[in-house]
Design a protein around this ligand. Structure first.
Ligand code: PEP
Ligand code: MN
Length: 285
């Protein structure tokens, strides 16, 4: 009988690779010293909306444009996204403003289509344990942004990432986006303590989504700052630029002025953190 592996997260573990992985999305490096800023509308709804968001992200000094064109909606009657037309808009806006594009896939068909337009494929929180989709993502030539399910433990998140690496794709970025707790002051409880916990166990970069992580517009900036202070490799923030649209302006989107401040101030926090990192973790500095 073959011996059981001693570590269930062999490939994602620090034992497999001691140094931090840097994942390239287009030419943007995630996991290095510079925090990466990814933003966009929740759902792609119009050309003007996508271009206004892209302009705002670029102006703020961000790197990546993210938007959903296939939404895992809770009801089949609600908006399902623009599909391929939305992918075209994202790709065009990304090119125009020099931003890499990130979009969500929800099954094999949407993964294959998204790969042809986007630089990075998101597996959303609701699909974190969709093991067949994880395997397909593992065969993709695109990097994968894997969001933690609100019900998943750290071990389950790493287990999901292991599925992707096991198929040969080592370009995985983890994302904390809040978990369900008894607390009701926010939509989710943003578990920032998972950042150092992931970093102790895994070489994969972890970024944070303070938008879904709180569900509260006014909490996005402070939690973004806290995430970078805790060592996040970047942020995913939902932005409300241009005219408000039906599905995009949600309780957690930030306006462009807040986005500008957030990017500027998070960069300052990252610089401060790196100036102290040799003392904090000399082996990884
Ligand atoms: C999203 O990124 O727009 C999204 C719906 O995120 P999550 O899967 O984390 O809820
Ligand atoms: Mn969203």
């Amino acid at each position: 009988m073959p011996a059981l592996p001693s570590n269930p997260f062999e490939l994602v573990s620090r034992e497999a690779k001691h140094e931090d992985s840097i994942v390239l999305v287009g030419d943007v490096a995630i996991g290095g010293r510079e925090p990466v800023f990814c933003g966009g509308p929740c759902v792609v709804e119009s050309r003007a909306q996508v271009f206004e968001c892209a302009r705002a992200i670029r102006a703020a000094g961000g790197h990546l444009l993210r938007g959903a064109v296939y939404t895992p909606s809770p009801s089949p009657d609600s908006s399902q996204g623009l599909g391929e037309e939305g992918l075209r808009l994202l790709a065009e806006a990304g090119r125009e403003f020099g931003l890499g594009v990130v979009t969500e896939a929800i099954d094999l068909d949407t993964l294959m289509l998204a790969e042809t337009y986007a630089d990075c494929i998101q597996i959303g929180s609701q699909n974190m344990q969709n093991f067949s989709l994880l395997r397909y993502a593992g065969r993709s030539h695109r990097p994968i942004l894997l969001k933690r399910s609100p019900y998943a433990t750290l071990a389950e998140l790493l287990g999901a990432a292991e599925y992707i690496l096991a198929e040969g794709n080592e370009h995985v970025i983890l994302c904390e986006r809040g978990v369900r707790t008894f607390e009701s002051h926010a939509r989710n409880t943003l578990d920032l303590s998972i950042i150092p916990a992931v970093q102790a166990l895994s070489h994969l970069p972890i970024i944070v989504d303070p938008s879904h992580g709180t569900g509260v517009r006014d909490h996005v900036y402070p939690m973004a700052m806290a995430a970078i202070a805790a060592g996040a490799a970047g942020l995913v923030v939902e932005v409300d630029a241009g005219e408000p649209l039906r599905n995009s302006r949600q309780s957690h989107t930030v306006d462009t002025a807040t986005l500008d401040l957030l990017v500027r101030d998070c960069r300052a926090v990252a610089r401060l953190r790196h100036s102290h990192s040799a003392a904090l973790a000399p082996e990884r500095a």
